[in-house]
Design a protein around this ligand. Structure first.
Ligand code: GDP
Length: 357
């Protein structure tokens, strides 16, 4: 049914996130949880089933696409004999890896500390309850938790001050970036839309040597050439995720900072996804939020054309044909990619004559 398809799409997205940080995903499974268990979230039979799977696959890590309390996380680690992280933990890992700017790194660290602080509070509340009620004060645990919290609070205050400073100098950097000799094309879109597949297709293995310089500076930047444009920089970004935990929003936006100064945005969309329209407006909202000018040229790559049935495919292609900022394609099969390259080059030269002079 519909719910099942949503669960599968969501699982696919999470697997995509895990792959993005180099994890090898050996097994995916949807557990239906009618009544979440305080100790382990999933039921005891499900824990056993999961433990058997983990043993069979010799897994080192189990990712829960849910929010786990610290107690649940600890109990699950014991029961499964693996490390366990939840959705927020996974997303923080990715942001940490992808934050390219000083501001991005500070925002991610701030989000990490915020996450930790929240978990200290929650585990303390839980302990209190276990001891039979509130009003139990002065136990050995309390001073430790208070001390931990103070450390985290101090560190967060220092980070906020640093962030202030960094954002004050940011304007300066942007001006410098705008004078870069090559146009910058930023890929944006939801996780799983096909950004990496398209990125790899557009850059290709043959330009690897030339890209060594960029690879050492930033693995998400690649040099490409387009018709009439000798050199352009293609910049990959961290993907959007559905149901982003609210405490991660600022960190997420910070990882997109490079997008603000891009010359052209290439928005990769999975048009076969049931939520493709909602995803499109999420992306547009965030772009406006982080200060991308409405005048920045953008292009939509309607990807995964190959997954549509013939009627839907026909309809999409007819829609796209009426717009000069949309190309339908399959990054997987390569269909439409040449067309995309041509159109992006046309847009870019129209918007930035100076690159062709
Ligand atoms: P990213 O998270 O946006 O970088 O997405 P990926 O490039 O990693 O792609 C996510 C999944 O979609 C992968 O399993 C890809 O093989 C698949 N994919 C990407 N493009 C296409 C496409 O055009 N057609 C189909 N059928 N699958 C695609």
């Amino acid at each position: 049914g519909h719910a099942e398809r949503d669960a599968d799409a969501r699982l696919e997205e999470t697997a995509g996130l895990a792959l993005a940080i180099g994890l090898n995903v050996v097994e995916r499974h949807v557990f239906r949880v009618r009544a979440p268990k305080p100790a382990t979230l999933i039921g005891s039979g499900q824990v056993e089933q999961l433990a058997a799977m983990a043993r069979m696959e010799d897994a080192d890590l189990v990712v829960f696409d849910a929010s786990l309390s610290p107690v649940q996380q600890r109990n699950l680690e014991t029961a499964l004999g693996t490390k366990v992280i939840d959705r927020t933990g996974l997303i923080l890992e990715i942001f940490g890896e992808r934050a390219a700017t000083a501001e991005g790194r500070l925002q991610v660290e701030l989000a990490h500390l915020d996450y930790q602080a929240g978990r200290l509070v929650r585990s303390w509340t839980h302990l209190e309850r276990q001891r039979g009620g509130f009003g139990f004060l002065g136990g050995p645990g309390e001073t430790q938790i208070e001390a931990d919290r103070r450390l985290i609070r101090d560190r967060m205050a220092r980070l906020r001050k640093e962030l202030d400073q960094v954002s004050r100098t940011r304007g300066l950097h942007r001006d410098r970036r705008q004078r870069a000799p090559w146009p910058v094309i930023a890929l944006v879109g939801y996780t799983n839309a096909g950004k990496s597949t398209l990125f790899n297709r557009l850059t290709g293995a043959d330009v690897m040597a030339e890209n060594l310089l960029f690879a050492t500076l930033d693995p998400t930047l690649r040099q490409i050439s387009l018709p009439g444009i000798d050199k352009a920089i293609l910049s990959d970004t961290v993907g959007f995720v559905s149901d982003l935990p609210t405490q991660l929003v600022a960190a997420f936006k910070a990882t997109l900072e490079e997008v603000v100064s891009a010359d052209l945005l290439l928005h990769v969309r999975d048009i076969a996804h049931p939520d493709t329209e909602a995803q499109r407006s999420d992306v547009e909202t965030v772009l406006a939020d982080i200060g991308v000018a409405a005048t920045t040229p953008r292009f939509e790559a309607w990807n995964k054309l190959d997954l549509l049935d013939p009627d839907a495919r026909e309809a999409m292609m007819a829609l796209a044909a009426r717009r000069d900022d949309v190309v339908t394609l399959s990054a997987l099969s390569g269909e439409g990619v040449a067309d995309l390259v041509d159109q992006v080059a046309t847009q870019l030269t129209a918007a930035h004559r100076r690159y062709t002079l």
